[in-house]
Design a protein around this ligand. Structure first.
Ligand code: AMP
Ligand code: GLY
Length: 443
């Protein structure tokens, strides 16, 4: 009998996960807000519902006798969907609410890392009132990243010298976080890091930790790393699992940090199961933690799941039941470049409601795959939503080939009111990253 897996989430990250489960021969039961056409095509049954509606999700899972569950986004984790499913006997390849605090509270993460003496931490201070925070920013002797403590969909962080041009803007943003209760209305002020960012994701059952290839995301909305932060405009990974600016030793340090965090969570009585996402800044002093997420990254999931050769349903079952084995995460030796097609204005004021046309056969013949994100079917047309519309992933023996294939494939996505960061994965931008890292290292 086929294994029945419940999935929660309707973005391109979840489409990539569903596609990997489908390849494994799993029977898929999908809960999502909007009917993602890619997920709908692979699922036996879908439920359109609020992804934090714990009761509806449990009822759907019971009615279909699902064996395991996999949760894509962070909001259902914060709402306790995993705890509720496990209470009714459905094992999840995603963390409980307590374990997900590693993402849902930036203070919890920093304090855990500090308490357990894990490396990669940075100077930070948390405040539950604007006055204390403002006093701190006036006197601190280094630049800061200003972050709401709770979830903000990846868009709440502002960095001095970047989005925050001066002290007045910093103070204004702190006041806004408290006045508008952004991310729960508490603030964490972190030392600003200089370097290159990278993502180390792993699969874990709480004990065994299996690394995925490194990925570099591009948060800024516009080419040349300009404009507001977004959920991520695109990403790339290389066939050796490294990135052009990082050494194998530095990668091991980052992986050790993630492993130490997983052990610390177990020691604290909230063992972590599921994919974990470590976002790091590679600095002149090695990898430092930017944030830890309790899930796959989006778009990063599209890079790694596209080249996952192992059976994803087996991984889900292994993570959910604490029986992950060391040889269960094998990836094809291929480079990937993912570029998101997003509605014009995404990152500031997205302009949804425009037609987008995806020629699947055309994309396939380019050595690429694609995943649907925030799009709605209206009759036989696809219409853009407010979030990222379609992720296109080019594959190749080299990053150059993967990028070229991605660009060729993108000509098969037609949308007049969309934007793409075409510079992602190009030789010019890769060289810029390598040169930047050399400069940071003082070479
Ligand atoms: P986050 O939502 O925590 O991933 O932050 C969004 C973006 O803000 C990151 O991708 C970084 O580019 C930037 N950022 C966050 N924390 C820091 C920091 N401590 N120093 C420098 N940049 C940061
Ligand atoms: N790519 C950033 C994130 O998923 O949080």
């Amino acid at each position: 009998m086929k294994v029945k897996i419940l999935t929660v989430g309707g973005g391109a990250r979840e489409h990539a996960a569903v596609e990997a489960l489908y390849r494994s021969g799993a029977e898929i039961y999908a809960v999502m807000k909007n009917a993602n056409p890619g997920i709908e095509a692979r699922a036996t049954e879908i439920l359109l519902a609020d992804e934090t509606d714990v009761d509806k999700i449990c009822e759907f899972a019971i009615n279909h006798f699902v064996n395991y569950a996999f949760i894509g986004p962070e909001a259902p984790l914060a709402a306790g969907v995993v705890d509720a499913l496990e209470n009714i006997g459905i094992r999840c390849a995603s963390p409980t609410k307590a374990a997900a605090r590693i993402e849902t509270s930036k203070t919890f993460m920093r304090e855990l890392v500090q308490k357990h003496g894990i490396s990669g931490n940075i100077r930070f201070a948390t405040f539950d009132n604007a006055e204390g925070a403002i006093e701190y920013v006036k006197h601190v002797d280094h630049k800061l990243a200003v972050k709401p403590v709770g979830l903000t969909g990846g868009k709440g962080v502002k960095v001095q010298g970047d989005q925050l041009k001066n002290l007045d803007e910093t103070i204004a943003y702190i006041n806004q976080i408290f006045a508008d209760s952004i991310g729960g209305g508490k603030v964490i002020l972190e030392e600003k890091l200089e370097g290159e960012e990278f993502t180390q994701m792993v699969f874990t059952d709480g004990e065994t930790v299996l690394p995925m290839p490194l990925v570099q995301d591009h948060k800024r909305a516009y080419e040349g790393d300009l404009g507001p932060n977004t959920g991520g405009m695109g990403s790339y990974s290389d066939k050796d699992g490294l990135l052009p600016f990082i050494t194998a030793a530095e990668r091991r340090q980052a992986l050790d940090i993630v492993k130490d965090i997983i052990k610390a969570l177990a020691d604290e009585g909230c063992p972590y199961r599921g994919p974990m996402y470590g976002q790091f800044m590679l600095t002149k002093d090695g990898p430092k933690i930017i944030e830890i997420n309790a899930r796959f990254g989006d778009p990063e999931a599209m890079n790694v799941l596209t080249v996952l050769e192992s059976d994803f349903a087996t991984l889900v079952k292994g993570m959910a039941t604490g029986k992950l084995k060391n040889d269960q995460a094998v990836f094809a030796s291929q480079a990937t470049v993912c570029k998101y097609v997003v509605p014009r204005g995404y990152g500031v004021h997205p302009e949804p409601g425009h037609e987008i046309n995806v020629n699947a056969a055309g994309i396939q013949q380019c050595g690429a795959v694609f995943y649907y994100g925030s799009v709605d079917k209206q009759g036989d047309k696809l219409i853009t939503g407010t979030s990222r519309s379609v992720g296109v992933v080019g594959l190749g023996d080299t990053l150059y080939d993967a990028e070229q294939n991605c660009e060729k494939a993108l000509t098969y996505v037609k949308c007049d009111a969309c934007a793409i960061r075409h510079d992602i994965g190009t030789q010019a931008l890769l060289q810029h990253r390598i040169d930047h890292m050399k400069q940071i290292r003082g070479q």
